[in-house]
Design a protein. Structure first.
Length: 317
């Protein structure tokens, strides 16, 4: 197949843990031809979706501080229909440019182009709000921009997590209690003085045992997950926030959650999702660029990238 990866600049990839790189390596091992572009290189002319893309090859030079691990050909403008599969791997935030790209993907899909994940699903499944589709699986949750309602929620539940709806990697996540002297300024800051909607969730103390990333491929959970354990004195388990990863087999509750969510993900055309589970609760459904392939592959000796490519190939047949 010809596979187009749409992602952030390749020079920013951290090869030792990058999931997109793992996908690329697996695709190359199966003799697929790869191309690369950034989201802003999409365009429409005469009703056709076009992309300014470069052919991508991997050199095998993955070592050192700045390895020359890839080669790109000159950019060539070509129809998106030239590719058997388009894989969207641009990281959040889900800003207006991301929205525009998702809308172009929807137009492309109407023309028979296979995009993973679909534009409609990218728009419908906000990574924080998606959990509201599964109310029986989540901790008490409030979505609002109103300071008074946030204060009331904190007073009711005593220990609360506040987070924006458009970030990643643990960015701008606050843990607050009613007696926090900075309660008002935190609420003002995160809501932009009532102009931005945020999520409040009752704090789940089991975060000390890890924020588990469960991968779901074509509606089926991978048998191992990555528990991201917070650093000492830290609330967030995100690896980007200093947490460390520990691969574990799925617990019965982990599997129950994944099997409850999986069919809906598949129905909506989401080939890959990363469920975040703390204790017994689903906290996020990541669909934009789910990670943790590399850690699970190395610690559990399971080819997660191979499972993904199997599913991709089957969808493209």
């Amino acid at each position: 197949m010809r596979i187009l990866f749409i992602a952030d600049p390749l020079d920013g990839f951290k090869l030792y843990k990058d999931t997109t790189f793992a996908m690329m390596q697996e695709a190359i091992s199966r003799n697929h031809a790869l191309s690369f572009a950034q989201a802003h290189q999409l365009s429409v002319e005469g009703g056709r979706i076009l992309v300014d893309a470069s052919n991508l090859s991997l050199t095998g030079n993955n070592q050192g501080e700045h390895p020359a691990w890839y080669k790109l050909s000159d950019v060539q403008r070509q129809p998106l229909q030239a590719f058997n599969a388009v894989i969207m791997r641009k990281d959040p935030p889900f800003d207006m440019e991301y929205l525009y790209a998702s809308q172009l993907f929807t137009l492309a899909e109407a023309q028979g182009i296979k995009v993973f994940t679909s534009g409609q699903a990218l728009r419908d499944f906000n990574e924080k709000l998606a959990i509201l589709n599964f109310p029986d699986l989540i901790t008490p949750t409030l979505i609002t921009s109103a300071a008074a309602r946030l204060r009331a929620f904190v007073k009711l539940h005593q220990d609360v997590i506040l987070k924006p709806l458009d970030s990643m990697g643990g960015d701008s996540i606050f843990r607050i209690r009613p007696d926090d002297p900075n309660l008002s300024v935190i609420i003002e800051t995160i809501t932009w003085h009532g102009k931005r909607t945020v999520m409040a969730q009752r704090y789940i103390p089991e975060i000390r045992d890890g924020d588990k990333r469960i991968l779901v491929i074509d509606g089926k959970p991978v048998d191992w997950c990555l528990a991201r354990i917070p650093a000492a004195g830290e609330t967030r388990g995100n690896l980007a926030a200093g947490g460390h990863g520990e691969v574990r087999p799925l617990s019965p509750r982990d599997r129950e959650i994944a099997e409850a969510v999986g069919p809906e993900l598949k129905r909506r055309g989401i080939l890959l999702a990363g469920l975040d589970v703390i204790g017994n609760y689903l906290t996020e459904v990541n669909v934009t660029s789910p990670t943790c392939f590399r850690e699970i592959m190395e610690q559990a000796n399971i080819n997660v990238a191979g499972l993904y490519l199997d599913a991709l190939e089957q969808r493209c047949q």
